[in-house]
Ligand binder design. Structure first.
Ligand code: C2E
Ligand code: MG
Ligand code: MG
Length: 643
């Protein structure tokens, strides 16, 4: 029998089980028939006389029928484990049994005729097309033989039979078989076509769910799904590795050649990754964008070799739009054992990959727990930072600015602090992060508003001469709502515009060449708000912007101020030069980082107007500032009276 196409019973074990249950019913029915026939035989024997012939016939009939029952039991048992063999035995046994019954009984077994199409139906549904055709041929052959017996005068063994079937019966039965054949062909073929379609569809859906459509590699979902059972197959001498690979500067290719160019490059890389990992125990996945993950089982040395091969193969030039193009990649590698979880290893290798990027790209970095912990802490800080504003965790500290000539407090610098649990974080611990993750805009809005509000309060509490300086990140100039934020804060708090000053670093002022940045600074100036250059002397030495921008103050950076000494040195020269530049541009100078009276005096001698530093006060809360201002005024009065 043909083995090419599988039997339905093989592809559908559940239906096979149901079939076996049905067969058991048939077998039961057969047993009943068998018992009845023995019973009839006994009755006929008891009746005696001419009935003896019937009795002998009955005995022969039952004897021939008897093997069918154990055969069917055996077939049913076999079919549990070998559905194909079981089905074949059942069909052949049934066909033989029917042939014997018909041959022996002729017209007396007319009811058996109906079992013929039933057998065909069984074959049609539960085997394949090939077997079904064979069974149909067997049935037609049987009917033809029986009709031939009738025509040539052979009589059946049954004493009461009127012979076999004539031509007319042959035609009827033939038509019935033909109808069954066509019906089964149509139904079964349709059924199998639908079945095949469903299987194809299922396979396609499975492919889509587990593959990346662009490169044909596995996707992230698959890498996660296969993670556990993949590493279970590891031998003792082998280790599991996860390589997290990211293409360096991939954005460049998209910018230059459009997304089509980017797609092409990804396909090239995918092909090369496949080639490198061919015949290795590896699963290569594209997990999105320009990121790939490779699950690998090999020796530790093997992992290093393969990683290097990946770095090399990615770095091989390829042609794009008739240009030779070269990419590099960064790889983070982490070791997985049988108990590792996907999330844990994924994060480890991802962090290692970012470290590889950080230290210069085109390299491989192994996971290092200390570094991962640091990254984790960083991520936790970020999560807290995102909540800090709504949780009201920021506060402003103020550092007074002193007129070096008169000794009076003329201004304040607002410096942000973050109260996180029982820690107080300084700006250098979170401002950069806020800038990186787009939080600086909302934080700065809060700072400006709060500083205006506090300064206005100080005005109202008897210090109307004070102005407040707020530090402004370079990024704020890139959005065009800084002037609006400033105007709103002034309006909401009622602080006069001249009492507000924005401090921008030299690099921020220099970098912002954008028309929107310039326009914003102009608008802010038009409001009456002052601008100062913070940390002057530490940024770009291009002074061009001083002539271009309408700034009012230069703040001499504390790195120069702290080195000032009574015996002139380079720092003294630098400070003097900065003050000189400021004078030429009609700008005021503010020296920050003054820690001693000597330095204050030196700067005063250099004609620096304003000083700020620990010598007078560290940055303090508004309440402490009020105490400071009170004492400062008191001391100034005492000093004045004692003069
Ligand atoms: P900055 O604007 O140059 O602020 C002066 C820094 O010098 C302050 O550090 C201040 O505490 C410190 N300082 C002042 N006098 C002395 C002194 O005599 N000795 C020493 N050793 N240090 C002194 P802080 O508060 O840690 O601020 C650091 C930087 O963080 C600021 O430098 C500023 O660039 C930035 N920053 C502070 N607040 C904000 C803010 O609200 N927004 C933005 N974007 N940046 C801010
Ligand atoms: Mg400042
Ligand atoms: Mg500064």
């Amino acid at each position: 029998m043909n083995t090419a196409t599988p039997y339905f019973t093989e592809t559908h074990p559940l239906i096979c089980k149901r079939l076996l249950r049905a067969i058991r019913v048939i077998w039961l029915a057969a047993t009943v028939v068998f018992i009845i026939s023995i019973f009839r035989g006994v009755v006929l024997y008891i009746d005696g006389g001419t009935q003896d012939l019937h009795f002998i016939h009955q005995v022969v009939n039952s004897t021939l029928f008897a093997p069918y029952i154990p055969t069917m039991i055996y077939a049913g048992w076999i079919a549990e484990s070998q559905p194909r063999l079981g089905t074949q035995i059942m069909l052949v046994a049934t066909l033989i049994m029917l042939s014997i019954q018909l041959a022996m009984n002729g017209t007396q077994a007319v009811h058996v005729m109906f079992a013929l199409p039933a057998t065909m139906v069984l074959a049609g549904f539960f085997t394949n097309n090939h077997v079904f055709k064979k069974i149909t041929i067997a049935v037609i052959t049987l009917i033809t033989c029986l009709t031939t017996f009738e025509l040539i005068g052979i009589k059946p063994y049954h004493p009461g039979s009127q012979g076999y079937f004539g031509i007319r019966s042959f035609i009827y039965i033939g038509l019935m078989i033909l109808a069954t054949y066509i019906l089964i062909q149509v139904i079964v073929r349709d059924f199998f076509v639908i079945q095949q379609d469903l299987t194809d569809e299922k396979q396609r859906a499975e492919f889509i769910a587990t593959h990346d459509p662009l490169t044909g590699l596995y996707n992230r979902y698959y890498s996660e799904q296969s993670f556990d059972h993949f590493f279970v197959t590891m031998e003792k001498y082998e280790s599991g590795f996860v390589l997290f690979m990211d293409i360096d500067n991939f954005k460049m290719i998209n910018t230059r050649f459009g997304h089509e160019g980017g797609d092409f490059a990804l396909k090239v890389i995918a092909k090369r990754l496949k080639a490198v990992t061919k015949n290795k125990q590896a699963i290569v996945c594209r997990i999105g964008g320009d990121e790939f993950i490779i699950l690998l089982i090999c020796t530790p040395d093997g992992a290093k070799i393969i990683s290097q091969q990946i770095l090399d193969t990615v770095a091989r030039p390829f042609d794009l739009h008739n240009e030779s193009f070269q990419l590099t990649c960064s790889i983070g590698i982490s070791t997985a054992d049988k108990n590792s979880t996907f999330r844990e290893i994924y994060r480890q290798s991802d962090t290692a990959m970012h470290r590889a990027k950080y230290i210069g790209k085109n390299t491989l970095i192994e996971h290092d727990q200390a570094h991962t912990d640091k990254e984790l802490a960083h991520a936790q800080t970020l999560a807290s930072l995102q909540q800090a504003l709504v949780r009201n965790e920021f506060m402003l500290h103020y550092q007074p600015q002193i007129d070096l000539e008169s000794g009076a407090v003329v201004g304040l610098e607002a410096l942000i602090r973050w109260k996180l649990g029982d820690k107080e974080l300084q700006p250098d611990q979170f401002i950069e992060m806020a800038e990186q993750y787009g939080l600086i805009h909302s934080i700065s809005t809060w700072v400006i508003q709060q500083a205006c509000q506090d300064c206005k309060q100080l005005h109202d509490q008897g210090y109307p001469q004070l102005s407040v300086a707020v530090n402004i990140s370079a990024l704020l100039l890139e959005r065009n709502n800084l002037a609006e934020t400033v105007a709103n804060s002034l309006r909401d708090t009622g602080l006069p515009p001249h009492a507000l000053e924005l401090e921008l670093t030299e690099s921020a002022l220099f970098q912002q060449g954008s028309t929107s940045g310039n326009a914003q600074l102009q608008q802010i100036r038009q409001l009456g708000v002052e601008l100062s250059v913070d940390d002057f002397g530490t940024g770009y030495s291009n002074l061009h912007y001083l002539g271009q921008l309408d700034v009012q103050k230069l703040k001499i950076d504390k790195s120069f101020v702290m080195q000032l000494t009574n015996t002139p040195n380079k720092a003294n020269d630098l400070a003097a030069a900065i003050i000189d530049i400021a004078k030429r541009f009609q700008l005021k100078t503010v020296a920050e980082g003054i820690e001693t009276p000597e330095i204050a005096q030196i700067l005063q001698g250099m004609k620096c107007e304003v000083g700020q530093g620990f010598y007078w006060s560290k940055p303090v809360s508004l309440e402490s500032l009020l105490v400071f201002l009170e004492n400062f005024q008191q001391n100034a009065k005492t000093a004045h009276h004692s003069q």
